[in-house]
Design a protein around this ligand. Structure first.
Ligand code: MN
Ligand code: MN
Length: 349
């Protein structure tokens, strides 16, 4: 095997004895260690017990699986030695205090895609490292509500055919592949760049009737292919595992959409801002792509709740910009039939 820089070495070189950077580096290594342990449990599958068994619900009413809770515990165990003041997790109603006075806090989705675990599809851990610097007030709880632009580091670990950490420190997006023999994450792709153009879109089309006019019009035009206004044929992709979708898009481009829809619980989509949308948006922007709600850059959303949701659209820059035009120019209440009518009653095909 060729020599690859380890995550540890990469982080040490980057930190260069800067105190804050050293704290971020130590935290990243703790996350990497816990993900290494999670990876081992996932690789055992049914041999490790019934990991896909549901165990109740989290604060948001999502089903919690045995593996969600196991991953959450493995992360908390590792965080105890990290310079982290609080840990906010999808599986915990409130952020838990870890080390008082420490300079960082971490928001994490311990296991993303856990409802897929029994199907042996790629799942992941998504994380965001923030400073414990409060710009809203003095209350510690205000610190959890910072815009994504304040992230010091972010990424995910994907548990697929290979386990890999995809991370950014704000200086590009890099992929480190886990060598299971040594337990080390090793740099395999530095400065990944998302192709600017794409003809692949990923959205749960079963919700078509529930979307607003912007999304309907965009998808309609995608489906019209080379004869439509986009003048190209598309392929669809939908894995229903955020890290798997993001990984594909980082490697070969694409656009992913999880918009809000008409249902009360889906007004702002399903994905959580702090530990899903923000870290993914940071990674994607650092790889030259774009991430938006349709109307607003994800990283500039002013959060009001640690578990709040946000519509998430990300991917190849030119395609995301094209989609943004539909938000700016198509009326949200305009229905598909009216839109067609608008384009000409004598439209054929
Ligand atoms: Mn998730
Ligand atoms: Mn989860």
């Amino acid at each position: 095997m060729t020599e690859h820089e380890t995550l540890k070495r990469h982080l040490n070189r980057w930190a260069n004895r800067d105190e804050m950077r050293e704290a971020v580096a130590a935290t990243m290594l703790s996350i990497a260690d816990s993900c290494c342990a999670i990876s081992e449990v996932i690789a055992l599958g049914p041999l490790a017990g019934s990991l896909g068994a549901s165990q109740g619900q989290n604060v948001d009413g999502d089903i919690q699986y045995a593996l969600d809770m196991r991953a959450n515990e493995l992360i908390i165990d590792e965080m105890i030695d990290a310079p982290v003041a609080y840990l906010a997790s999808e599986e915990l109603e409130l952020p838990v205090p870890i080390n008082q006075g420490a300079p960082l806090y971490v928001a994490i989705d311990p296991l993303d895609g856990s409802s897929n675990i029994d199907t042996n599809v790629s799942v992941g851990t998504i994380f965001s490292v923030m400073p414990m610097k409060c710009d809203k007030g003095d209350s510690e709880s205000d610190c959890f509500l910072q815009q994504g632009t304040h992230q010091l580091a972010a990424g995910y670990v994907i548990y697929g055919p290979q386990t890999a950490m995809v991370m950014t420190l704000g200086e590009g997006t890099h992929i480190f592949t886990l060598n299971p023999d040594t337990g080390e994450f090793c740099l395999t792709t530095a400065h990944i760049a998302i192709p600017e153009d794409t003809n692949e879109f990923a959205i749960n089309t079963s919700n078509f009737r529930r979307w607003d006019g912007h999304v309907k019009a965009y998808i309609d035009d995608c489906l019209d292919g080379a004869e439509g206004p986009h003048e190209k044929n598309y392929n669809t992709r939908w894995i229903a595992s955020l890290v798997a979708e993001c990984h594909r898009i980082l490697v070969r481009g694409g656009i992913f959409l999880y918009p809000g829809d008409r249902r009360e619980a889906y007004r702002s989509g399903r994905l959580r801002l702090a530990y899903e949308c923000n870290p993914i948006a940071f990674l994607v922007e650092q790889a030259g792509g774009a991430a938006t709600t349709g109307n607003q850059r994800i990283l500039e959303i002013e959060p009001t709740d640690i578990h709040q949701r946000a519509p998430l659209i990300f991917g190849s820059r030119n395609e995301v910009n094209l989609l943004a035009h539909y938000y700016a120019e198509v009326h949200p209440m305009r229905e598909r039939s009216q839109l067609f009518g608008n384009r000409g009653l004598f439209r054929t095909g």
